[in-house]
Write a protein that binds this ligand. Structure first.
Ligand code: UDP
Length: 235
């Protein structure tokens, strides 16, 4: 395996499958099976899950809701997704722990860095819920922050697109995919990988990002074993 410890970022929207809202149980089970394959190879896995399939603070703010209130709802949404993912992973036979950035002790462990690392060393998948625990951030920022804290080798951003393109491949047929691109070129070309806060945090800490299609069976395993799948962003 190319990577020994990974941080997998999954968006909340990815959990919707073909639905407009919420969680598609089939999609959830597929993701759990993909994660199990790499755990079975001895790879240490942490997951940060988004909440966009349930609630986003900016969406609340656009209808007049207080932004911070909305962000709290968004963070709680990530805990709901984390519980769903935890359940699916356990059905697949993977041991897990859910740690939340917001204290919700009856439901999830609090985020404790050393404990998270210990869980992974014992072969448990650690799911980080609650984002960073702060409003005005995204779960992409949470993913980069946690990845740095637990000393992950790489951030794997699982999306429904198979990498970073010169322009949006869903809108432009002539868009060309990069296998590799530097952080600087992503910024220079104005490409969208993560929000700026998350992206620069990754760059400053020399943490590579691989963007890949999580919906294609076997892809996660390929990425972790070092095959050129998706796009790698590095220095
Ligand atoms: N959120 C937040 N702080 C964080 C992470 C998330 O306030 O550190 C809130 C924010 O409102 C965000 C929502 O939780 O819109 C869901 O997270 P995100 O939009 O990143 O989810 P994704 O797009 O990955 O599904």
């Amino acid at each position: 395996m190319e990577f020994k410890r990974i941080l997998l970022k999954l968006s909340g929207e990815a959990l919707m499958g073909n639905r407009q809202y919420g969680i598609d149980p089939e999609r959830l089970a597929e993701y759990a099976n993909e994660v199990k394959k790499v755990v079975d190879q001895g790879v240490q896995v942490a997951i940060v899950i988004g909440g966009g399939n349930i609630f986003r603070g900016v969406a609340g703010a656009s209808t007049g809701m207080d932004r911070v209130q909305g962000d709290h709802m968004g963070m709680l949404a990530t805990v709901i997704n984390g519980l769903a993912l935890q359940s699916a992973l356990e059905i697949a036979g993977v041991q897990t722990r859910l740690q939340s950035a917001i204290k919700i002790n009856e439901v999830a462990e609090p985020f404790i860095r050393r404990r998270a690392i210990r869980h992974m060393e014992k072969g448990r998948v650690v799911i980080f819920g609650g984002g960073t625990g702060n409003p005005y951030f995204t779960t992409d920022s949470a993913a980069v922050l946690r990845a740095i804290e637990i000393d992950a080798d790489v951030i794997l951003k699982g999306t429904r697109v198979d990498g970073i393109y010169t322009s949006d491949p869903e809108k432009n047929k002539d868009a060309v995919k990069f296998d590799f691109i530097t952080f600087e070129d992503v910024i220079r070309k104005g490409l969208k990988v993560m929000d700026t806060t998350a992206f620069t945090l990754s760059q400053e800490n020399k943490l590579p990002i691989i963007v890949f299609d999580m919906n294609k069976e076997g892809n996660l395993m390929k990425v972790v074993s070092g095959e050129t799948v998706g796009t790698t962003v590095n220095l």
